[in-house]
Design a protein around this ligand. Structure first.
Ligand code: BGC
Length: 746
């Protein structure tokens, strides 16, 4: 009997632990639902519609702060949340109106695009993903939340998890690249980081995963453009990170601007209700993107805003951001029986539930705390972390010998360095697109940082060229400086405005005349190290062929300069790996490693195979690629059994050795190919990765466990399952240089 009780206690304990680890909705409870229901029963239809309405503040971050825009509506209980409100005073004022002036005292949500930090800015998500380090990414989200939550915010419009295969698309900078598995791991880490262990912890905020769905696949890479992907591609490539976020308990989802199979996502019942709420059992709420409810008219599926509101609410879109269509028409639509009040109740419940979970009903001012603000903002702990993450985001693309010596890490005895380029002596552009209210006042330039790090070198700066434009008048001055130098460091690339929302480019060369400048400088015969900083992959063929040392990085935020100079000087050995394929020209786009084989795969000796006449099929730099100052060798790949059954697992092991002269970190990647299946499968798919740190000369055995879950896909009948047959497993340091072995699934 005693044993039985003990077993019971252990069972209950384990199931609670499991529940808290695996269930995304661990804090939803019947008790909260009872509270929500009883509040709902007191609400008028106007009050309910108010909860479904989200407005942007008319605060101009560079001018006087006004909060007058919707004060009356808030006081009348006609607003559920506001966004872009900066500062505790403003947040306090608006929250007071909501809880003191309204009949039911329902607190407001305060949203903001906290994309890669709030005051302290971390690397842009595209760069951060190059760390391949979910623990680190979780931490950056939790530090972002910590700062934002002290400034009055309780909701971030992040993570952005749009997988993309098109570097022309400007919003590449906000996401995690081309791979659904990596993007899913990162989506989970970010949701956990923002939302923390307890949702009502004042150091955490609600997350909002966006943009649901397939926003990263616009025709031609042009932002907001039409998307048309098959259901299979939707479910296998674009949806997995959203599912991962939902499983991690994300409290809200933002619908995407684009259409999907002819139905704009804002009014797409298949996405919002069938997949998200029914199949995935999502318990949070769906918010539209900016004014996208009223944009259903311009899409051409609604004749007016009234019909737009009808379509959106009936599709399962709970909260209307900024269009005001719900506020204007929902009541009328209920009166006309075009919208069932039950649909509104359902949406309201989801929003109220979130407010309860955030602790706002217990204390509406929980997230407004000036003292905490002082304590946490740009604290040493956060700044140190920003530096660490920035260093780990940097990708070394090339480091070949110049006059028999590698240029990187820099020789500390170098006497005369010329630093060139529009990013070399700039601070604001190091913060990246969508840095919101990031504090630019404590951002060092690369010139400042390098001068500190190499006090004995004479470092001269000359800009040479601007980001864009055609002016070459400063080239000759730059060339003269270079002629007198021992080493040239060029820091070129994109400024913040060239990536991000509404910043797609049809030409993804290094912009302006920066490449022309580099070519002029190279003619001097001086050794040149080039740092390319951008919000997306760029075309780097000329550099790859002519420049001995190339670093690629996204904008790295507040600590960008120190991170870069740590890598340049070898204080930190670079370990970042690309999360998108770098094309050789725009004609190769869309280009991605997990493509299909086709019926006529590339064969150099056969014209009638899938290829271009003028460019190879492969990208210049593949997905997962990134060098180190040391080298790693993969060997002894073994699989512990040749045949695996569906309920079984399989162990893949191999040796990684640091064969170079520096200690360093490597990201070991595992890919799988299903050789024959009922539908064609990609030539390889990332299924796992592990980071190892090895001292020079050291080696280690790395193991991965493969289960049948790793082999599943949507079969011919769109059933998610695995099929018996042959599989190939690949391991290596990028998606192209791999060693392989086969096994069979029975
Ligand atoms: C963007 C969203 C963002 C929203 C609110 C929209 O234009 O697409 O990503 O969250 O604005 O700022």
């Amino acid at each position: 009997m005693k044993r039985f009780y003990w077993s019971l206690i252990i069972f209950v304990f384990i199931s609670q632990v499991l529940c808290s680890c695996t269930s995304g909705h661990r804090e939803y409870s019947d008790e909260i639902d009872r509270k929500v229901d009883s509040l709902l029963s007191l609400m008028t239809l106007d009050e309910k519609i108010g909860q479904l309405t989200l407005y942007a503040s008319d605060i101009n971050p560079t001018g006087p702060h006004k909060t007058s825009f919707c004060e009356d509506e808030i006081s009348n209980g006609h607003v559920g949340g506001v966004f872009n409100v900066l500062g505790t005073d403003n947040a306090y004022k608006l929250q007071s109106l909501a809880v003191n002036n309204t009949r039911l005292r329902i607190p407001l949500l305060f949203g903001f695009d906290v994309i890669h930090g709030f005051k302290t800015i971390f690397p842009i998500p595209f760069a951060e993903a190059c760390t391949w380090n979910p623990e680190l990414i979780k931490k950056s989200a939790s530090f972002s939340a910590k700062e934002a939550a002290a400034w009055g915010l309780n909701w971030t419009f992040n993570p952005m998890v749009d997988v993309t295969r098109d570097p022309r698309w400007g919003r590449v900078s906000e996401g995690s690249g081309e791979d659904p598995y990596l993007a899913s791991v990162i989506a989970k880490a970010k949701v956990q980081g923002y939302q923390g262990e307890k949702l009502s912890d004042p150091f955490t905020v609600a997350a909002c995963v966006k943009h649901f769905a397939a926003y990263g696949a616009p025709f031609g890479g042009r932002d907001y453009n039409t998307v048309d992907v098959s259901d299979r591609t939707l479910r296998e490539i674009y949806l997995p990170p959203f599912k991962a976020a939902v499983d991690a308990g994300v409290l809200s989802v933002m619908s995407a601007f684009n259409e999907l199979d002819g139905v704009p996502c804002t009014a797409n019942k298949y996405l919002l209700t069938q997949i998200l709420k029914n199949e995935w059992n999502f318990k949070g709420f769906v918010v539209s993107d900016w004014a996208s409810v009223s944009e259903l008219t311009t899409h051409g599926i609604a004749k007016d805003e009234q019909q737009a509101a009808t379509l959106a609410i009936n599709a399962g879109l709970d909260m209307d951001m900024q269009s005001g269509s719900y506020a204007k028409y929902l009541k009328k639509l209920v009166g006309k029986h075009l919208v069932d009040e039950q649909q509104i109740n359902n949406a309201v419940k989801r929003i109220l539930r979130t407010k309860y979970l955030l602790g706002l009903f217990d204390n509406p001012f929980l997230y407004i705390d000036k003292n905490r603000q002082k304590e946490v903002t740009s604290s040493k702990e956060i700044m140190d972390f920003a530096l660490l993450e920035a260093k780990k985001s940097i990708v070394l693309l090339k480091n070949e010998k110049f006059n028999n010596k590698r240029l990187l890490p820099l020789n500390k005895n170098i006497k005369r360095i010329v630093l060139i380029g529009p990013l070399a002596n700039n601070s604001i552009e190091l913060l990246g697109s969508w840095h919101g209210y990031g504090d630019a006042s404590n951002v060092k330039t690369i010139l400042e940082s390098l001068s500190e790090k190499l006090p004995n070198a004479k470092i001269e700066f000359t800009q040479g060229a601007s980001f864009t434009g055609t002016d070459k008048s400063n080239f000759s001055k730059a060339v003269r400086s270079v002629q007198k130098s021992d080493l040239v460091i060029c820091v070129i690339g994109e400024n913040n405005a060239l990536s991000g929302e509404a910043s797609s480019r049809s030409n993804i060369d290094i912009p302006g005349v920066q490449l022309d400048l580099l070519k002029e400088l190279a003619r001097t015969g001086k050794p040149i190290v080039t740092v390319v900083m951008a919000g997306r992959p760029l075309i780097l063929n000329w550099l790859d062929a002519n420049i001995p040392a190339i670093i690629f990085t996204g904008q790295l935020g507040t600590k960008c300069s120190d991170a870069l100079t740590d890598v340049l000087t070898g204080e930190y050995n670079p370990s970042g790996k690309l999360v998108m394929s770098f094309p050789r020209n725009v004609g190769q786009i869309p280009i991605f490693y997990n493509h299909k084989n086709t019926g006529r795969p590339f064969d150099a000796n056969d014209l009638f195979t899938s290829k271009y006449l003028d460019v190879p099929n492969e990208p210049l730099y593949p997905f997962g690629f990134g060098l180190s100052y040391t080298t790693f060798k993969y060997s002894d790949l073994s699989i512990n059994k040749k045949v695996m059954s569906k309920n079984d697992s399989l162990k893949v092991s191999f040796t990684v050795k640091n064969t170079g002269n520096y200690d360093g970190e490597e990201t070991c990647q595992l890919y799988i190919r299903d050789v024959v299946a009922s539908v064609t499968r990609p030539v390889k798919e990332l299924k796992a990765f592990k980071k190892v740190y090895l001292k020079s000369g050291e080696q280690t055995l790395v193991s991965f466990t493969i289960t049948s879950d790793d082999l599943k896909f949507y079969d011919k009948n769109m059933v998610y399952q695995c099929e018996p047959g042959e599989f190939t497993v690949y391991v290596g340091g990028n998606s192209s240089d791999l060693i392989e072995k086969n096994f069979e699934l029975q």
